[in-house]
Ligand binder design. Sequence first.
Ligand code: SF4
Length: 387
Amino acid sequence: MLSSKQEALKNYLMHRLGFRSDDYSESYIEQLAKIARIYYRLAAIPEYELDKDKQLPYYSELKTYNADGYPIGTGYYVPNYFGVVDVLLLEYKFKKNISFQIITKKSEYLSATDLANYTFCPVNYSISKSYVQIENSLARQGSYFHDRKFLDIKDIKLFEDKLSREVDESERKVPEYLTSLNKTFFDDLATSELIYSGHTDEEERKYFINESKRFVGQPDYVFKNKHEQYFVVEEKSKVSKEGSRNIFADSHRVQLAAYIHYLKEWNIQYGYLVNWHYERDSNGYIHLESCYVLKIDRERKIEEFLDKLIFKINDFERSKNLSVDINKLNPKKCASCVQMMVCGHKTRRYNEVTLPYGTSYFKLFYAPYPEILKKPDSAEPPHMPQV
Ligand code: SF4
């Protein structure tokens, strides 16, 4: 529950960022408030910058996780509370200073992630091709991101069932996430041979290129089953209570389909999308809650869909301009989007997008500063961020 001053600041920042007072903006801010906490790492400060007298009760050390899932310190401190006003303030600061880092090195190929990004939203594609994702700049400051920890879990858990088959069947522990729905996948995995794993150090920099499609990809795993058929496995992870209810996002399906159809090294017949959902307990320990698996077969119509998608992206790359149907924007999707902090289109102010993503989209709009936030006899607004 926001105080009246926080409410005023929230509304002021929304208008400065370009949102209008309407149902769309209401829905956006409602969703952003639910997930605001996921941005708390962006406020991380190193221990030597921490003012222990003032900040310690409100800041805690940021933890990361070792391969066994145990939390360990990072030397960085994060605020215990990080709400919707904090997220809006961050975005305001980023936009005012245009402090987004431009990508200078461009690839001549399209990756599976590019196809997924364009499918998710063409604006997302433009931003991802123009600016380094904000989280990466934080990572360079020494903070740790959950993507990295996801990999730790993934690597362990994906093979847990397979490894457990090597002990006596009677001793075999059935993982809690194993259900009748995902059993076929684990059975397939257990009787198959691992051909390629994108997570090993030696394979880390290995990418597969399909010149005719201008495609480059690095799948998580490729297996050969007992019938000598190749299949690919792509893993995703998320905290169960975060994000949308859509278990298998279209963008992830496209990514998997691209591996099935465009990897030329193997004649891949099908693929699995594996979604791990986990929870953290009050001590920060990670517990796997469930595992959802989707199988996609090699199909001509899917390949045609991918070819059309590549054609559209190539067209955008050539014309550098694309129209955006602002009536189709989904406020909840925008609030949860990884490019939310950079994107100006979520305000529904622009009906076309350029490539690269133009700085004009970072424009701040006029809004009167709320009376309630003004200090008597002070020309400077006291609650504005230090920019
Ligand atoms: S915030 Fe919305 S409009 Fe912007 S890139 Fe994300 S989904 Fe697209």
